[in-house]
Design a protein. Sequence first.
Length: 87
Amino acid sequence: HHGEATLTFPQTVVLRYTLQEPGRADTAAVDYARWFGARQRLLNTALGDGRRYLVGNRFTIADISVAYALYLGTTLKIDGQVLSSRY
């Protein structure tokens, strides 16, 4: 229940108010960047038991969708230092 939608929603706010409409809602952009960081920590917790994949013992669409959200966070420079080394 913490899939890519949980990660990408805050990214859309950051994208809108930092690149498309800068100055309009700077505080919202910062707040949602923090929210993204909190979602990353949830992901790290999920992988903290040493598992390699999010679902079961194999690579699935869940890994792909979350990896995309992590890539987008890196592109937006809101990835911080909490990215899991597993991705």
